[in-house]
Every structure is written in C-alpha cells, then in structure tokens.
Ligand binder design. Structure first.
Ligand SMILES: [Zn+2]
Length: 112
C-alpha cells in the first residue's frame, strides 16, 4: 500500500517523515486519506478537467493584433463577425471600436 504526500502527491514510504519530492513534513493522518482513490463529486470533477478559460490574442488567426481571433475563440464565435462588430462600433461610435481594440491589444496577453 502506498502513501501519497498531501502537498505534492508523490509516493512516499511509510517510514518517511519528510517528502522526498517537496520536503514537506508528512502528516500520517492526512496522508492516510490519500491512499484511497480520490472520489470527487460531479461538480468538482468537471471543474478539474476544465482549466479556467482565458482570453488570449490569437497568433494563428490574426488581422492586426489577434484580438478578434482571440475573442472569437473565447466566445466561440467566428472572428469575422467580431471584426465586423468592431468596424460597426468604430463607425457608429466615433472610433470607439478602434479604442476598444487598441486597449485589448495592449492588455490581453498573446497566446503561447
Ligand atoms: Zn511532497
């Protein structure tokens, strides 16, 4: 039966006082819980498999700075529609779309 470190999850032996991987003190009562397969509730398991969605500027689908491509990916919309939206906002909103675009281009990180 293996015991897992409560801090980093690496396998440690029963005799270990400190974890070999992360060096944290092993609490025998705590580690005992980790010997059984973790049973997540339905809500936590879906959360575990879905990393938090982040808005990035697209590298592959770019027009000027990749803002529209990134927004398209984020909202699951065709980037063309977002570009049209930006153009419409720019025309109707006296350049507002352009300002929003520049702000997003400066603030949003480029995807890696
Ligand atoms: Zn550890």
């Amino acid at each position: 039966m293996s015991i897992y470190c409560s801090e980093c999850g690496s396998v440690v032996s029963k005799e270990d006082i400190f974890c070999n991987a992360c060096g944290s003190k092993l609490d025998k009562l705590k580690t005992a819980k980790f010997t059984t397969t973790p049973s997540y509730s339905k809500s936590t398991s879906t959360y575990q498999h879905q990393p938090r969605k982040r808005l990035y500027r697209s590298v592959n689908d770019r027009w000027i700075a990749g803002v529209c491509g990134g927004l398209g990916t984020y909202f699951n919309i065709d980037p063309i529609l977002i570009r049209i939206g930006f153009i419409i906002i720019s025309i109707l909103g006296y350049g507002m779309g352009l300002i929003i675009y520049i702000v997003l281009a400066l603030l949003v990180e480029e995807e890696s």
